[in-house]
Unconditional design. Structure first.
Length: 284
């Protein structure tokens, strides 16, 4: 179906004609995602076409109102048509480009203490649902391998689903629009792509995802991002580290093995332990 073609052509400045198309592959590209080459006037412009996802559409609309960001531009909502971003995903160990840090800072600043319409909110109920989703691959890993690490991790995640420290942190922390999944596979050059996991959450969520992949100079972020008071910043940091390591536990259980699951569950447990004094400091 090409019902979207006239509307996208108008956005690009003329009548559009498809001159090439093919599936995008590699990494964790979802099924049904295509590169489509459009001729508009005397130039050929590639775009990305993918099945419509309401959260990603909402996120792209929210990002579009923020000045100075480096991210794909929404051209059509259903199917989802985005401007093409050229480049290769950042390799493991590569520093996060300053443009990515600035994009996150400007999005976080613009949407600070505001909610983008159509983007889900990370609250206590979200956390419970995340834990329940994570239990499925953990229990599957235990059944598949017999490794006790999976059973131990599942037991802890089941306990944490209703952990009062998480609820207390989320009640305190201001929220903003977060990418939700800014791993290096979603960084092309200086652009941050694939906003399908966007959520309204404390900004530390995005920072913790990047931190978990290796230290990087975040001074470009700190120069523009909203700053929290010291005690509240500590709550955000420890909450985010715990959240992110639980968020990716399911992937680790399916793909990375028991040792990585153990490492991640211990990191989350350590952050939850540090959350206690951080919350007490905020209460004083």
């Amino acid at each position: 179906m090409t019902d979207w073609l006239p509307a996208v052509g108008r956005r690009l400045g003329g009548q559009a004609e498809i001159v090439g198309r093919g599936p995008l592959t590699g990494g964790y590209v979802a099924q049904g995602v295509e590169r489509v080459d459009l001729r508009v006037g005397d130039r050929v412009t590639p775009v990305v076409v993918k099945p419509a996802a309401p959260v990603e559409v909402a996120a792209m609309r929210a990002v579009a109102v923020v000045e100075g960001v480096t991210a794909p531009r929404l051209l059509h909502a259903d199917p989802l048509v985005l401007t093409w971003v050229d480049g290769q995903p950042a390799a493991e160990g590569d520093p996060v480009p300053d443009d990515v840090w600035r994009t996150l800072a400007r999005v976080h600043r613009h949407w600070f203490r505001k909610r983008a319409r159509g983007v889900p909110v990370v609250d206590a109920a979200w956390w419970v649902a995340l834990c329940e989703r994570t239990l499925v691959p953990l229990r599957g890993g235990a059944a598949r391998t017999g490794e006790p690490a999976y059973e131990r991790a599942a037991g802890l995640v089941a306990e944490w689903a209703h952990d009062p420290r998480i609820g207390a942190a989320l009640a305190l922390l201001p929220r903003t629009l977060c990418h939700g999944d800014p791993h290096r596979g979603n960084i092309l050059g200086g652009a941050l792509i694939d906003w399908g996991n966007a959520r309204t959450a404390p900004a530390g969520l995005d920072l913790a995802v990047l931190e978990a992949q290796g230290r990087s100079d975040d001074s470009a972020y700190r120069a523009e991002a909203p700053a929290l008071p010291g005690p509240l910043a500590a709550v955000e940091r420890e909450w985010a580290r715990a959240h992110v390591h639980v968020q990716y536990l399911g992937f680790a259980a399916d793909h990375l093995g028991a040792d990585r699951v153990t490492e991640m569950i211990e990191t989350a447990a350590e952050s939850l332990a540090r959350l206690d004094p951080a919350l007490r400091a905020c209460a004083r």
